[in-house]
Design a protein around this ligand. Structure first.
Ligand SMILES: Nc1nc2c(c(=O)[nH]1)N[C@@H](CN(C=O)c1ccc(C(=O)N[C@@H](CCC(=O)O)C(=O)O)cc1)CN2
Ligand SMILES: NCC(=O)N[C@@H]1O[C@H](COP(=O)([O-])[O-])[C@@H](O)[C@H]1O
Length: 190
């Protein structure tokens, strides 16, 4: 029997996607959520980790850039890194260490609405302002640039002029919760 793949989730905020992923793997013998790490000591994702007895780790942008986060991931023998609402640029030494083993979820249909400044409600506001009739999610591998890694999965949902940024966010979150845990499982072989 092979040892379970060890996954770390990086998140900066609420962590609803992290919770869905912890739920998905909580009884798996093929993968385990071994760490939840955040750059925000007050991020609610850290509270969600406690419910699942998942160890947590907090770090600053400076510490991440200095290699402290990579040291922690290696010390915990992490195989895959999952970005779930993580809002800092992953430095090159980390994307290289986890080349093709780091995945991100973006709340839009890349390549539209990606890049610096495109996160959270900023994305949904831009989609609404453009008058798009659909939006969606993109799950992609992470490289040294924002939102330019290999696209693994996309799903879309219709929107109308009656939608607000908040109702768009709700539709996008529903897609994320429906698909992200399963796609991660397919990626890591679990
Ligand atoms: N090297 C990479 N790092 C990260 C990626 C990536 O694809 N490559 N994805 C992001 C997640 N993301 C979109 O999916 C994203 C997150 C944040 C930003 C952004 O503009 N951030 C601000 C800082 C915000 C803050 O400090 O709170 C900024 O850089 O000015 C863009 C895209 C995670 N990292
Ligand atoms: N560009 C990155 C970005 O905007 N990520 C988005 O942050 C939200 C986190 O929600 P959660 O904390 O409830 O999982 C998610 O909608 C995710 O797509």
């Amino acid at each position: 029997m092979s040892t379970p793949k060890r996954l770390a989730i990086l998140a900066s905020g609420s962590g609803s996607n992290a919770e869905k992923i912890m739920e998905y793997f909580q009884h798996s013998d093929k993968a385990e959520i071994a760490l939840i790490a955040s750059n925000k000591p007050d991020a609610f994702v850290l509270e969600r980790a406690k419910k699942f007895d998942v160890p947590t780790f907090t770090f600053s942008r400076k510490e991440m850039d200095a290699g402290i986060l990579l040291e922690k991931l290696q010390a915990e023998t992490i195989d895959w890194v999952i970005l779930a609402g993580f809002l800092l640029k992953i430095p090159d030494h980390l994307t290289q260490a986890y080349s093709d083993k780091m995945v991100n979820i973006h709340p839009a249909l890349l390549p539209k609405y990606g890049g610096k400044g495109m996160y959270g409600s900023f994305v949904h506001e831009a989609v609404k302002a453009a008058g798009d009739t659909d939006t969606g999610i993109t799950i992609h591998l992470v490289n040294e640039h924002y939102d330019e890694g290999k696209i693994i999965f996309q799903a879309s949902t219709p929107i109308s002029p009656l939608d607000t940024a908040d109702t768009i966010a709700d539709k996008v979150h529903a897609l994320e919760h429906e698909h992200f845990p399963r796609v991660v499982g397919e990626l890591v072989g679990a």
